[in-house]
Design a protein around this ligand. Sequence first.
Ligand code: C2E
Ligand code: MG
Ligand code: MG
Ligand code: MG
Length: 292
Amino acid sequence: QAKITGRNRYHFFDADLDEQVRTHHNRRTEVRTALLDGELRLYYQPKLDMRKARIVGMEALLRWQHPLRGVVGPGDFLPIVEHSDVIVDIGEWVLREALRQLQDWRAFDARWVISVNIAARHFQRADFVERLTAILAEFPDVPPDMLELEILESSALSDIAHVRSIMLDCQALGISFALDDFGTGYSSMSYLKRLPADMLKIDQSFVRNMLVDRDDLHLVSAVIGLAKSFGLGVIAEGVETMEHGAMLMRLGCDLVQGYGIARPMPADEVLAWVASFDTAAMWQAAAQLPPI
Ligand code: C2E
Ligand code: MG
Ligand code: MG
Ligand code: MG
């Protein structure tokens, strides 16, 4: 690499930065256009109550049906827009689409809860509750207590008092809250004390190896205990096999979600999947689990 003078270096980096800004701007525009052109989709992943052998609801997970690249996951495009208001437009689209879908599904099972992930920037907007109230009003057949919002602990980092008050306002409407990826943040314990959550969602990184890693098993068990002692619900994500599910049930966590039950799927596949879901495999796995 050629040695460059301070002055040239300045110009070099300036041009480079300019290029980066332009690229970022283009990519953001691309995502916004995807929303406007109707290329975004919601996939749904079932949440299973193992003890009751019942599907209790669905988590809505965003996908970009890209005309050339195929199905693109949220990790590949949400970070591009999470610091702009595009994330708010997308979040409102997701809320509407999920509520509309739940409205359809209510004829099939009126007890299903729909879970929607909400980005920190969207959630912390001054008009969040007002706009959410308006969106809910568009779906008079869906009671607000059928909507659960999943927020990351890190959503609360900037202003915990503000986040707390938004949560309380939403809860007054009937909406409930799950703390997503619980245990991965730096201050899970302090959030637990200060945020009025209804549910803890045990992060998949702890669940994945719990059958082979004693430490992870103890962590999962501790989070379940924590949830219970705070009077909260608890769900495990990343449940990749029925053996994981069976162990979680034994530890007292009945709600599970993961590839072992079902992968996220397009809305039009959900009812056929539910009809074909075989609880026998679940009980078999539970029966075959060795003692702890
Ligand atoms: P999350 O909310 O923690 O969702 C769980 C992620 O794990 C999903 O990835 C899901 O497809 C995946 N997953 C589910 N079961 C398993 C399993 O058994 N094994 C493994 N290895 N993975 C599993 P996905 O759909 O790519 O979403 C990634 C993240 O993007 C989500 O994490 C959530 O934070 C965010 N996200 C998804 N949809 C939305 C949305 O509509 N709005 C916002 N703001 N964020 C979203
Ligand atoms: Mg989630
Ligand atoms: Mg999660
Ligand atoms: Mg996550």
